[in-house]
Ligand binder design. Structure first.
Ligand SMILES: N[C@@H](CCC(=O)N[C@@H](CSC=O)C(=O)NCC(=O)O)C(=O)O
Length: 276
């Protein structure tokens, strides 16, 4: 593991590391923010999954989350959004391939050999964080758009592993919208039955743990009705009796300006769950 960035931030440290990932079969990059409390004791961890076109940099440079993590004594971990490198399959599009891993474990060529972001985020990354940093095993997860969907799916598919989950502007029903259909057809194949195991709105129906979902959504989001469809998650949660706190925010779009406006509320929500 090699440290490639190290900056003082709100009394703690913002680091970026690169390591060799067995799961992704190559080099992987992640950011980790250690709050000042981590100098004295182990702290709980909030994982953040970013959206299409992002690296680990978008969240740490645009969301302003470190201020709140320092206040609450929470470690922030933000991985890159896909495997990368010259030997890794890619597409000539912003919504497929490198930068668009969708947090699934691909089953189809040429993606299956490296595109295992679900396994990486669920298993290898937390094991590494808990072994190498002053982290407790109390975990929370959040994310934005593709990563908001990733956070919901990682929590729903790993009952008991996360104390809380939240999302900003998530793609809640990827099987039903163009971004998700394109990615799932490539990574998982054309059999739509197989997609259900990776679709948050489908997973809610049979969830074995009713972990409350906190979702923030801007009403002026340019992708709201075409790609995000929070109405589908609301319907699925109502049908299953799954707790959902869907906060619709007039005037806010899909950008990090929206995330920066409400990340403090999300970190306070996670910090309360992580303390218990
Ligand atoms: N065509 C657009 C799409 C890219 C975009 O909006 N990416 C979002 C996430 S969208 C869903 O996952 C994002 O987080 N962008 C990075 C940022 O820092 O804002 C385009 O390429 O502009």
């Amino acid at each position: 593991m090699q440290r490639i960035e190290h900056r003082a931030c709100f009394g703690g440290w913002q680091h970026v590391y690169r390591h060799t990932s067995a799961t992704l079969d190559g080099e992987a990059t992640f950011a980790v923010y250690l709050p000042p409390q981590a100098e004295q004791r182990a702290c709980p961890v909030l994982y953040w999954l970013s959206g299409l076109t992002c690296t680990e940099q978008n969240f740490i440079t645009k969301a302003g989350a470190q201020r709140y993590a320092a206040e609450h004594g929470v470690i922030l971990v933000a991985p890159d959004t896909s495997p990368r490198g010259p030997g890794v399959a890619d597409a000539d599009a912003y919504d497929l391939g490198q930068g668009a891993g969708f947090y699934v474990d691909a089953t189809q060529a040429p993606w299956a050999s490296h595109y295992r972001m679900f396994d990486y985020v669920s298993n290898e990354l937390p094991a590494l964080i808990e072994a190498q940093f002053p982290a407790t095993r109390a975990r929370a997860i959040s994310g934005h758009s593709m990563g908001g969907h990733g956070a919901l799916v990682v929590a729903l598919k790993n009952p008991g592993r996360y104390r809380s989950v939240s999302a900003f502007s998530p793609i809640v029903a990827p099987s039903e919208v163009p971004w998700g259909q394109k990615a799932f057809a490539a990574y998982l194949g054309e059999d739509r039955e197989a997609w259900k195991a990776w679709d948050a709105s489908a997973l809610v129906a049979n969830a074995t743990e009713r972990l409350p979902l906190l979702v923030d959504q801007g009403e002026a989001d340019e992708f709201l009705s075409t790609q995000l469809r929070p109405d589908r998650l609301r319907e699925a949660c109502e049908a299953a009796g799954h707790p959902l706190d869907l906060r619709l925010r007039p005037g806010y779009d899909h950008s990090y300006y929206f995330i920066a406006s409400f990340i403090g509320e999300h970190i306070a929500h996670h910090a309360a769950a992580l303390k218990g």
